[in-house]
Design a protein around this ligand. Structure first.
Ligand code: S3P
Length: 189
């Protein structure tokens, strides 16, 4: 593990980043932050609205801005998290950070992420991901008029080269969120 003790979960939508992240943070006594929530607090509106009203590029720039702020404060994430209303103890300098599914794939963000903490790719198959997110409507990057398993597979393939640069890859097929968190705990102690 890297010298600073932040753990960053990356991976496609529906890979379990938030669920696993919360369990992992609980297991390790770390603070938890979800960067999508942080962006929503910062902008005062939902991500779907940001996409609708301002477009994807605007959202991607917001993601990079937040990351740069985190990078500057990587040994004291609370300075940023607290500012945008995320809960965590000020004294605890260790954070589990859950990212938006597209974040590593834009603006060289993967490099920044790797400099903020240990990056962990929660890898899942397109079929599983599709099964988890198919009934959700708030998935702007997968198309306005619904999406198929093939859409997910294509986007996943496109992003794999970024996700694959993570420090640790956890293949989550067949694992519950608790089991995935346990497995991460084995690598990071
Ligand atoms: C996105 C994933 C979402 C959110 C936004 C874009 C993507 O986050 O950041 O809708 O491009 O894959 P989750 O992965 O947390 O759903």
């Amino acid at each position: 593990m890297k010298r600073n003790t932040n753990i960053i979960l990356i991976g496609f939508m529906g890979a379990g980043k938030t669920e696993v992240g919360k369990i992992l943070a609980g297991n390790k006594g770390f603070n938890f932050i979800d960067l999508d929530c942080l962006i929503e607090k910062k902008e005062g509106t939902a991500i779907t609205d940001i996409f609708k009203k301002k477009g994807e590029n605007y959202f991607r720039n917001l993601e990079t801005e937040i990351l740069k702020e985190l990078y500057k404060n990587k040994t004291d994430i609370y300075k940023i998290a607290g500012k945008y209303g995320q809960i965590g103890s000020k004294e605890n300098k260790n954070w589990v950070i859950s990212t938006g599914g597209g974040m590593p794939a834009f603006n060289g963000n993967i490099e920044l992420l790797k400099n903020i903490g240990t990056t962990i790719y929660l890898k899942a198959d397109a079929k599983t991901i599709y099964g988890r997110i198919k009934s959700e409507v708030h998935r702007p990057v997968l198309g306005e008029n619904g999406f198929t398993e093939a859409t997910v597979a294509e986007k996943l393939k496109e992003r794999e080269k970024f996700y694959g640069q993570a420090d640790i890859i956890i293949y989550t097929e067949g694992l519950t969120a608790a089991a995935a968190a346990e497995e991460i705990g084995i690598f990071i102690n």
